[in-house]
Design a protein around this ligand. Structure first.
Ligand code: DAH
Length: 341
């Protein structure tokens, strides 16, 4: 008899847990616990049980009934809850917020596209770099005073006999000699866009920033080609009516060297509050120094070239007229700033 009770109970449990409708549960309840239910009617057979086992029989039967009852009610609850979770697919959804490309990345894409149109290949040279490519090959031997301008971070690892110390590259000019060694035979037309690092941090400088470096090497390359490229960039990137001008300057890796200015977009070169004298400073450029060509394995008697290196953040600010009180906000994850663009 005991076994019979347990097997009826198990049968009921199996049916309850398999039930998927509340009405089904009601039928199960009637089938087991109703007036003529399988468990209810068992009590009538107590006469068949020997005297000394009747107490045990009664309590097993009661336990079985309780178990079945409570399982039915908990199953009912969970079915009702899942009914509540049912959703109406015709209700309009909540549109998820979608981000957008960061200002700096968008500017880098634009620069690559503008130079890509005139055949410059986009390169990306190391940001953790040998002293050799960052300085020495650029005509700045160890201990040369010109290096001071680059406020360099040095990595604390043993020096290499040929390439020297490891630095976080302070400019993208490190890509010049690397590109010459990669291509070997000119023509070379590359734009190296990468992160740079300097020991500087204030409202107009951040320790990490971006530069883009142009390099062209071929036969008969002259300042005329440099000027043409600069004008093309200025007009494509900033607007049709913009002009560039070259001012004499000095860099170790170019001869002659220039600072490049662009005519002010507000006053068109006449002079206003934004630019003061009609021109805004873009960055450095020049004709590649023969020693740099030699370091790249290129014969300076056969080939010549020009190079330029400018700040991505700088051209971004100049193009958009963005006037942030602290440049470092560009790298902060502050959505109040970033979602404006
Ligand atoms: N590397 C220079 C800097 O970080 C910029 C520069 C000047 C790059 C003249 C050039 C160049 O390629 O020809 O200030």
């Amino acid at each position: 008899m005991q076994e019979e009770i347990i097997s009826i109970k198990n049968e009921a449990i199996a049916q309850i847990t398999a039930a998927s409708e509340i009405s089904e549960l009601e039928n199960i309840r009637i089938a087991y616990l109703g007036r003529n239910g399988k468990l209810t009617t068992l009590i009538k057979r107590i006469k068949e049980v020997p005297q000394n086992q009747r107490v045990q029989f009664g309590s097993t039967l009661n336990d079985a009934k309780k178990t079945v009852e409570s399982l039915i009610s908990s199953q009912k609850n969970s079915l009702q809850n899942s009914v509540r979770e049912w959703f109406d697919p015709t209700i309009p959804g909540i549109k998820p917020k979608i981000g957008h490309i960061h200002l700096i990345t968008a500017t880098i894409d634009k620069i690559s596209e503008v130079f890509g149109r005139i055949g410059f290949e986009r390169m990306r040279y190391p940001e953790v770099e040998w002293d050799f490519f960052a300085f020495e090959a650029l005509n700045m031997p160890v201990a040369h005073p010109a290096r001071d301008e680059w406020e360099t971070f040095f990595v604390d690892v043993p020096e290499n006999a040929k390439y020297g110390k490891i630095v976080l590259t302070p400019h993208t000019s490190n890509g010049q000699v690397r590109e010459m060694l990669r291509v070997k035979d000119p023509p070379i037309r590359m734009v190296n866009i990468a992160k740079c690092y300097r020991r500087q941090s204030d409202i107009s400088h951040s320790q990490m920033f971006h530069q883009f470096e142009g390099l062209v090497v071929d036969k008969n390359i002259s300042v005329v080609n440099l000027k043409g490229t600069l004008d093309y960039f200025a007009q494509s990137f900033f607007g049709k009516d913009r002009k560039t001008r070259l001012r004499p300057y000095h860099f170790q890796f170019t001869e002659p060297s220039f600072e490049i200015d662009i005519s002010c977009g507000v006053c068109k070169g006449k002079g206003c509050k934004v630019c003061k004298a009609g021109w805004l400073e873009l960055g450095g450029a020049g004709m590649v120094h023969p020693n740099v060509l030699k370091a790249g394995g290129i014969d300076p008697k056969k080939y010549s070239g020009f190079a330029f290196g400018w700040g991505v953040e700088r051209v971004l600010m100049m193009r958009s007229g963005l006037n942030v009180p602290d440049l470092r906000v560009l790298y902060s994850p502050d959505l109040r700033f970033l979602t404006q663009f």
